[in-house]
Design a protein around this ligand. Structure first.
Ligand SMILES: [Zn+2]
Ligand SMILES: [Zn+2]
Length: 105
């Protein structure tokens, strides 16, 4: 079965994606460096309709240099980044940062 699952450090937020990633990339912009605490964020790009989340996610909204609103979703308990969206690309979700992707957990 294609797709993958993941979740935050404490386990209260889980996600599932029923599709294979469309692409994966590192973003080195200033916001991603500050968000991750290291030199980049790793984004796994998936179709929005294939992505589902359980648990409570807190969002931090901040416009990118392009002017599009970027929503960064994280677990309010443990702080793990779970997924983000970009207002200029409404059909996709960016997930998988910080090693939360799990093969079969
Ligand atoms: Zn958590
Ligand atoms: Zn970035």
């Amino acid at each position: 079965m294609p797709g993958f699952k993941g979740g935050c450090l404490c386990g209260s937020v889980r996600y599932e994606c029923s599709a294979e990633p469309m692409m994966a990339a590192h973003c080195h912009c200033v916001d991603c460096r500050k968000s991750s605490g290291i030199g980049h964020c790793t984004h796994i790009v998936v179709p929005k309709e294939a992505f589902s989340v359980s648990g409570t996610v807190t969002f931090y909204d901040r416009p990118a240099d392009s002017g599009n609103m970027v929503r960064r979703g994280f677990c309010p308990t443990c702080g793990s980044a779970v997924y983000s969206t970009n207002g200029g690309m409404p059909d996709i979700v960016l997930t998988g940062p910080h090693g939360v992707v799990q093969a079969a957990c």
